[in-house]
Design a protein around this ligand. Structure first.
Ligand code: TXA
Ligand code: MG
Length: 338
């Protein structure tokens, strides 16, 4: 159980499973964030996966400013964040499959795509006009506190400009939007513990279909529920329109599956290596721990990008557990349009 201090009081969230570190916030940070959200303004907040750029999901104006700030294509819908499964049921047609998944993995790094309820007061911009809504309950005390007090869902994409690396620290958000006119208020909750965006499943039928691999490994879903996830989104009538070929990209070109890098490149190592002595070589995980690698991925790519080498080479990462999502992000980061 982790600790979070709000208004200098010792606040313990009952649902808090993940935060190991103490978080200190200045007295009025969360009140200010709530006030801004209620006024249709944007707040960048920590979740266990990545920082989110949150807006009132029921306000067209607020949601429109998320798209504008991120320069996100309007066809790419947002994830709505909720406080509880009960609240999700007010906005979506819940299925037995979704109930099972929520029971086992909420709060956590899992997003479910469900049919939306037309009666719910959601902004149509959140779903980009689709009949489906992506829903998630984040496992972070700050996000949960705000969601509970706010009382409505918060639409929150990752708090980065479209196509760039997702932010896993408050400073990443600050730097990304430092020249923007409409800068968000940023709540610094320390580094995100998981570092990869949520796993997205189409949960409208009897079998879940993978739309985006992410911070919840498919093996974990199968182990705890006996449910196996279909890998082929072709089976789903819906897609994640945001699964762009080029995404999560640093400025420096990326080369994957490099076992032995030459000396003039930046290198992202995975597992024991003798060649990682240069400052432009970073170790995702010396012990080949995929959770540690996931947490380090985006911040290390950022750091390697800052050396301005001609290429960043990346060691091979196994294609199981969180490796599926890590490889997905690396492939998109290395995709060139030309
Ligand atoms: O961990 C996460 O999921 C983070 C944190 C902040 O919660 N959020 C995040 O949001 O990664 P974003 O906007 O960067 O990615 C959301 C993805 C996009 O690929 C989008 O296309 C997909 O979710 N999506 C949203 N609504 C959808 C829907 N109705 N059907 C299919 N895909 C949807
Ligand atoms: Mg994103």
């Amino acid at each position: 159980m982790g600790n979070i201090f709000i208004n200098n009081k010792y606040f313990i969230s009952l649902k808090l499973k993940m935060t190991k570190n103490k978080i200190f916030l200045s007295d009025d940070t969360l009140e200010k964030a709530l006030h801004l959200l209620n006024s249709g303004k944007l707040v960048a907040l920590p979740t266990e996966t990545v920082y989110g750029l949150a807006a009132d999901a029921c306000s067209d104006k607020a949601v429109a400013s998320v798209f504008a700030l991120k320069e996100r294509p309007a066809f790419n819908p947002l994830i709505a964040h909720f406080y509880s499964p009960e609240q999700i049921k007010e906005y979506t047609e819940i299925t037995p499959l979704a109930e099972t998944l929520l029971k086992n993995f909420a709060p956590g790094p899992l997003t479910l795509v469900l049919n939306r309820k037309r009666t719910a007061p959601l902004s149509d911009l959140v779903t980009a006009g689709l009949d489906t809504l992506a829903v998630r309950i984040p496992n972070h005390p700050i996000a949960q506190y705000l969601l509970e007090k706010f009382g409505r869902p918060l639409a929150a994409p990752s708090a980065n400009p479209s196509e760039t690396l997702s932010p896993t620290q408050a400073s990443h958000v600050k730097i990304a939007f430092k020249n923007s006119k409409n800068r968000p208020f940023i709540i610094d909750g320390g580094p995100c513990q998981q570092g990869l965006e949520s796993t997205i499943l189409d949960a409208r039928g009897d079998t879940p279909i993978l739309l985006r691999p992410g911070g919840l490994a498919l093996e974990e879903i199968e182990r705890l529920t006996g449910i196996s996830v279909k890998l082929d989104p072709q089976d789903s009538k819906i897609r994640s329109p945001g699964q762009l070929k080029r995404h999560y990209a640093p400025k420096t070109p990326l080369k994957l599956n490099v076992k032995v890098p030459s000396t003039d490149v930046a290198y992202l190592a995975f597992g024991p290596t003798t060649s990682c002595t240069d400052e432009a070589c970073l170790q995702l995980s010396a012990t080949k721990d995929l959770e540690e690698a996931a947490a380090n991925l985006f911040s290390m790519l950022r750091k390697l990008d800052s050396f301005n080498k001609k290429v960043i080479c990346v060691a091979p990462i196994p294609e199981f557990g969180l490796g599926l999502a890590i490889n997905d992000r690396l492939k998109r980061a290395s995709y060139t349009k030309y």
